[in-house]
Write a protein that binds this ligand. Structure first.
Ligand code: NAD
Ligand code: LMR
Length: 337
């Protein structure tokens, strides 16, 4: 039996990540080669010509799974009946802009978009926020979407951070990336995040043991984790901006595609990382959108509970959660929640 047509809405579709996403989604990389999609591209008027150009190119690819492309600058039209929303378009930090200004500008985008999702999206809608500050933008959108859509249908992207961590470990251990399992990203998609290898393995061997073997002892392995691995992963976004001259695009789009694919199709028992609405797991204040290790059975992400966090891990995680709480308090003060 043919799969039902899925409506996918992408905001900021005329931007860089949008351009990297559209063709892969239309090719079946996100939902599989048997699921036809209709794409809805939401842009602001200034981005509309770029989105129109992407739509022309999509037509020129003649993707068999692509059953229509529609463009709009109205969230109520773009989210109508959509089952999957990728919220990519955001206001970047401009010169002289303070953090509070950035939060306020993005509240003005993610509040109305969340409200529109709550009113017009399909009953099964799930939304992932890519646009920064991603966790707090997801919190704003989720808050605006209720009661039409349950808040836990909103997530934020930390799969890119997860993949960065796997990539660093694979290189350091001369292993294939798919041999590395059990990495976790805790906290915010920011430099305070905690990339954690405590429960990670490589080819079934604890990562810490494999590092100790390679680097000449456990102390050297721990020093590498503290001094190289954690800061490298947590600041990778800034490193990419410095080297490329603009923020990550293809790797961010790839992370978003894997995030949605695993959320919709399941992780087959494997653990990955995603920022989800906290229900109080690991003592994280309920309601904030925080990255945890997660699994999916094809019906949304579930936090992996019961993992041990030693004092050093706890301190790193708590620092990132404190940043999320401060962001929540700031947008609450703006009246955005
Ligand atoms: P970009 O500037 O190339 O594109 C952004 C697009 O969004 C533009 O076309 C703009 O017109 C559009 N836009 C702005 N406001 C909009 C609105 N209200 N509705 C619809 N569209 C709107 O930027 P990009 O490189 O594509 O990055 C997009 C966002 O993703 C940025 O916030 C960036 O910081 C973030 N990002 C997140 C991650 C992550 O892992 N979470 C990784 C990389 C980048
Ligand atoms: C990234 O992690 O690559 C981005 O979130 C960086 C940024 O500031 O856009």
């Amino acid at each position: 039996m043919a799969s039902a047509l899925t409506t996918v809405t992408i905001t900021g579709a005329g931007g860089q990540i949008g351009y990297a996403l559209l063709f892969r989604i239309a090719a079946g990389d996100m939902l599989g080669g048997d699921r036809p999609v209709r794409l809805r591209l939401l842009e602001i008027p200034q981005g509309m010509r770029a989105a129109e150009g992407a739509a022309l190119e999509l037509q020129d690819c003649a993707f068999p799974l692509l059953h229509g492309v529609e463009l709009s600058d109205d969230p109520r039209i773009a989210f109508e009946g959509c089952s999957i929303a990728l919220l990519v378009g955001a206001r970047p930090r401009g010169p002289g802009m303070e953090r509070a200004d950035l939060l306020a500008a993005n509240a003005g985008i993610f509040g109305p978009q969340g409200a529109a999702i709550g009113e017009v999206a399909a009953d099964d809608v799930r939304a992932v926020v890519v646009g920064n500050p991603a966790n707090t933008n997801a919190l704003i959108a989720a808050s605006a979407a209720t009661p039409g859509v349950p808040a836990d249908r909103f997530t934020a992207l930390t799969r890119l951070d997860h993949n960065r961590a796997v990539g660093q470990l694979a290189e350091a251990l001369d292993a294939r990336p798919d041999a590395v399992r059990g990495v976790a990203i805790w906290g915010n998609h920011s430099a305070t995040q905690y990339p954690d290898v405590t429960h990670a393995t490589v080819d079934g061997v604890p990562v810490i043991d494999a590092l100790a073997e390679r680097l000449g002892g456990r102390a050297a392995a721990e020093a590498w984790l503290d001094d190289v691995f954690i800061p490298r992963v947590a600041r990778r976004g800034a490193e990419i901006i410095e080297v490329r001259g603009s923020s990550s695009v293809a790797s961010a789009a790839h992370g978003a595609i894997e995030h949605v694919r695993d959320e919709q199709l399941g992780t087959a028992g494997a653990t990955t990382s995603a920022a989800v609405v906290s229900r109080g797991e690991y003592g994280v204040p309920a309601g904030i959108v925080c990255s945890f290790p997660v699994t999916s059975d094809g019906d949304g992400y579930r936090v992996v509970e019961g993992l041990e966090l030693d004092a050093r891990s706890r301190a790193r995680f708590d620092a990132s959660v404190a940043e999320l709480v401060a962001e929540r308090d700031a947008v609450e003060a703006l009246g955005a929640l």
